[in-house]
Design a protein around this ligand. Structure first.
Ligand code: SAH
Length: 220
C-alpha cells in the first residue's frame, strides 16, 4: 500500500475531534477512552472512498457482509470494560480491527478472533502498520481461545443469542465480559462479572443492534 492510503491529515483529525465532542454529549465520560478515539484513525478501517462517513456516529458496511460498529457503541463497550493497563482481553469479532486498535491503544494485551477469513486476512496489515500488535485468530468465537485463558476481560462485538458458556469459563475470577445478548435485530448490552469460579453477576445496559454471532468459520 502507498503512504497516501495511510494518510491521516488535519482534516481527519478535525473530524475526529467533532466525533469525540458528540460522544461526550451522548454520555461517554471516560477521558482515556476519548483519548484513544482521538488517536485511532477510523477512516483507515473503511474503504478509502468513505472518509466522509468515517467520522459520523454510525455503523458502516465492511467486507464479507459485516459492519464496523458505531463509534458510540465501541466507546460504550470500552468504557464498560473498565480496562487496566496490561489487561489480557479476548475480543470476539475482529471485523475491521477498529475495536482491537482502541483496546490496544488503552494498553490492553489483545487476542482477537474472527470467523470470516476475508476479514481475518485483511486487518492484520493495517493494525501492524499503525503500531498495534494484537494476536489474530481465525476461528469460532463461541469456543473462545482456551490456550491463552483466563482473560481479565472479554468483549463480544456480535449479537449472541445467549451467553456462551465457554467464554464465561475462560474469564478470570474478578474479570468482566461485555456482550450484546438477544435475538437478531435487538440485543441487550450485558456485563457479566465473574465473582468466583462458580458465580457471576449479570447486569443489563440498554438495547443495541449488532450483526449476529454465528457458529463455525467461513472461508477456510
Ligand atoms: N469489532 C468489529 C465489529 C465487527 S462486526 C469492528 O470494530 O469492526 C462483528 C464481527 O463478528 C463480524 O466481523 C463477524 O464476522 C464476527 N463474528 C460473528 N460471529 C463470530 C464468531 N462466532 N466468532 C468470531 N467472529 C464472529
Amino acid at each position: 500500500m502507498s503512504i497516501a492510503e495511510f494518510e491521516d491529515n488535519f482534516r481527519h483529525k478535525g473530524l475526529r475531534r467533532r466525533l469525540i465532542d458528540e460522544l461526550r454529549m451522548k454520555g461517554i465520560r471516560d477521558e482515556r477512552v476519548l483519548i484513544a478515539f482521538d488517536k485511532v484513525p477510523r477512516h483507515l478501517f473503511m474503504d478509502s472512498g468513505f472518509v466522509e462517513f468515517a467520522y459520523q456516529d454510525k455503523a458502516f458496511p465492511i467486507a464479507a457482509g459485516q459492519t464496523i460498529s458505531q463509534p458510540y457503541t465501541v466507546a460504550f463497550m470500552t468504557e464498560l470494560l473498565s480496562l487496566k493497563q496490561w489487561d489480557k482481553v479476548l475480543e470476539v469479532g475482529t471485523g475491521s480491527g477498529y475495536q482491537a486498535a482502541i483496546l490496544s491503544e488503552l494498553g490492553a494485551k489483545v487476542y482477537t478472533i474472527e470467523r470470516q477469513q476475508e476479514l481475518f486476512l485483511s486487518c492484520r496489515h493495517l493494525l501492524n502498520r499503525l503500531g498495534y500488535n494484537p494476536q489474530f485468530f481465525l476461528g469460532d468465537g463461541y469456543e473462545g481461545k482456551p490456550t491463552y485463558a483466563p482473560y481479565d476481560k472479554i468483549i463480544v462485538t456480535a449479537g449472541a443469542p445467549e451467553i456462551p458458556r465457554l467464554l464465561v469459563e475462560q474469564l478470570a475470577v474478578g474479570g468482566r465480559m461485555v456482550i450484546p445478548v438477544g435475538p437478531i435485530n435487538n440485543q441487550v448490552m450485558t456485563s457479566i462479572d465473574k465473582v468466583s469460579s462458580t458465580e457471576v453477576a449479570v447486569c443489563e445496559h440498554g438495547n443495541f443492534v449488532f450483526v449476529p454471532m454465528l457458529k463455525g468459520v467461513n472461508g477456510r
